[in-house]
Structures are given as C-alpha cells and as structure tokens.
Design a protein around this ligand. Structure first.
Ligand code: KG4
Ligand code: ZN
Length: 330
C-alpha cells in the first residue's frame, strides 16, 4: 500500500511516500532561516511559503520515490494542531489530490504523527507503551493502549518544554529555534552550577510546569553584567532541570501503568542530554527506551504518512469535509 503524507502545520513543508510502512521518500523544506530574523514563526509568512513550496516538495517526493501518481493508495494529511493558514494549505492540497486521483483521504493529528514516527524506526513496536511527547507546542505523557486508543496521563499547565527552551535561549541572546542552541552551548557548561527549581517534580499527577523555571533563569541572568553572563553554565543547568522533571515523571508513569516501554517523540526528543539520560535511566530501571533518529523527532511528513497508514488499516478515514482544527487535542 502506497501512502502519501503531507505536513504543513508549522514551519516545515514536507511530503513523504511510504510503501507498506517503508520510506520511499521524505522531503522536508524548512522555513527556519526565514523566521529566524523574527525570533519565531510568523503565521502569515509560514502559510505563504507553504503555498509556494508545497508543489515543489510534492514533485521532489514523487520523483525520489520513483512512482506514478496513480500508484498512490491513500493521502494522509495533518489537520491539527497547528497554525490555521499553514494547515489549510496542506489540507486543500490533499483534498485536491484525493479528488483528482479518486483515492481516500485521512486527516492525522500532528501529535499522533510524532508518536507514530517511532514505527518507522521500530516496526516491531506494539502497544501498550508510554510516550514522552515534547515539542514546541506540546508536552504530554501519553499511554498508547492501542494505535487508536491514546490516553493523556499528564501535560504541561503552562509552557511546553520546547517553548521553555526557546524562551530561555532568547533570554541568553541565542538564536531561534533555541533548543538546538542550548543543547550545543550546554556541552561546555557545568550542569550543577545553578540549582534551578523543578516545579511540580513531586506532585501526585503527571503534569508539568515550566514557566517558573524560565523566570528563575531570567532572574539569574539579571544578576550578572551583560558581558559576564555564564551562558554555558546557565544553559546546562536549565537543560538538566528540564530533563530531570521530564524523565522522573515519565518513568513514574511507566511503572505505575505497568508498562515496560517508553518512547520519546517531538522536537525536544532531539536533545542530546535528554537522549543520554533516558538511556541511563533505562538501564538502571530496566525499562526499554526507544528514541527516534533526529530526522524523525522534528516535523516531517513520513510520520504523518505512517500514522495515516496505521489508522486507515484500523478503519479510520476522512472525506472532503475535512477541516483544519488549530487546537486539536488527542
Ligand atoms: O516537533 P517540533 O519540530 O515542532 C513542533 O511541533 O513544535 O519541535 C520544535 C521544538 C522547538 O521548540 C525546538 O527548540 C525544540 O523542538 N528542539 C530542541 C532540540 N531540537 C529541537 N529542544 C532541545 N534540544 C534540541 N536539540
Ligand atoms: Zn511537531
């Protein structure tokens, strides 16, 4: 079965083609350089660039996969959450294609896409498993009971983890997106130099809060003269605080749910310190941890095609009334 995936929810225009769950092509065109000068994604600009990029990315994905259009069996597209204008570009394109080819359409939740990215690398992964879903807009602990039965065990009550990385990077005068910058800088820093707060670490639920941590970083930076801010140590100590909180709650959720597998998902799962600490805890606590390769952590259409493929096989599909849902929940 050949599935075409389309992802345009934020600042990556991506089209992928999967054959029976295996990647034939996965083309990602990032707008990061365009949005960088604004310090974040500008929704209107993102939508316009999707509009001009999508046909080019689509053509490239078809050529790389070396298939003809009539070989496509299913069109899978992100319908939320995300930026309304950006989502509409992908959805309209997907609908047009579905109509033209007479092939079925399925709308995929972007968050579910991030989770299913793991099936690309780990085809033998089977529910139940726990997911630490950490991106620019989302921070959630999920329990995947079945591919189409996902329960939210906990989530952030304020900032998402990626958002905290991006905001702290801005406080430190680093570029956008902030996560990779902090990751890089931290390698030369002392992670134990500053003991930043770990909000809600011992709360009875699986919820997170990162806005107080971000404020604590701001107050620490303000104690130094502009030229003497120990950026590396602050970045490393902040990163350690975030990772401590994320992993403590995730491993607790796995234990309490009697689940022996944890998977990481979303852009922040690209963080090298998070990946290292998750592996260490995995060995210590004898819980399997699966981490997708970097290219499947950040936004891509292969994960959307994979989710569409799996869910369509469960009998789920959409029709031409599919609409963008910017605040779509699991
Ligand atoms: O999943 P994603 O590509 O887009 C969303 O759906 O949000 O995630 C983007 C987020 C950004 O906040 C970015 O700073 C963060 O993931 N990120 C990282 C790293 N790479 C990307 N955060 C920490 N460390 C990284 N290496
Ligand atoms: Zn994402």
């Amino acid at each position: 079965m050949i599935v075409l995936g389309i992802e345009t929810s934020c600042d990556e225009t991506s089209v992928a083609i999967l054959s029976d769950g295996k990647i034939l092509s996965n083309v990602v065109s990032s707008q990061i350089d365009i949005h960088k000068k604004f310090g974040g994604v500008v929704p209107e600009i993102a939508a316009r660039h999707h509009l001009s990029n999508l046909p080019i990315v689509f053509k490239k994905a078809i050529d790389m996969a070396n298939i003809s259009l009539d070989q496509i069996d299913l069109i899978s597209v992100t319908y939320g959450p995300g930026l309304i204008g950006a989502l509409l570009v992908g959805i309209s394109f997907a609908k047009g294609l579905s109509l033209r080819l007479g092939k079925p359409l399925i709308g995929v939740n972007h968050i579910v896409g991030h989770v299913f990215a793991n099936y690309i690398t780990y085809p033998h992964l089977k529910p139940p498993y726990i997911v630490l879903m950490v991106s620019g807009g989302h921070t959630e602990i999920l329990l995947v009971k079945e591919d189409d039965k996902i329960e939210v065990l906990g989530k952030t009550v304020d900032d998402a983890a990626g958002e905290a990385f991006d905001k702290v990077a801005r406080i430190l005068g680093l570029g956008y997106p902030g996560g990779p910058e902090i990751d890089k800088l931290s390698k030369n820093g002392d992670e134990n130099k500053f003991n930043f707060p770990r909000p809600m670490l011992d709360s009875k639920n699986y919820n997170f809060s990162f806005s107080g941590l971000k404020t604590a970083v701001l107050y620490t930076v303000q104690k130094f003269d502009n030229d003497n801010v120990p950026k590396e140590d602050i970045a490393a100590s902040f990163q350690k605080a975030v990772v401590d909180i994320l992993l403590k709650k995730t491993f607790k959720a796995a234990k309490n749910s009697n689940v022996n597998t944890i998977v990481l998902a979303g852009g922040v799962a690209a963080n090298s310190y998070l990946r290292k600490k998750a592996q260490e805890l995995s060995e210590k606590q004898n819980i399997k941890v699966l981490i997708p390769p970097l290219e499947f952590c950040t936004d891509n259409a292969a994960m959307i095609a994979m989710a569409g493929y799996k869910l369509y096989k469960k009998g789920i599909s959409s029709d031409l009334t599919l609409e963008a849902v910017p605040n779509l929940k699991i």
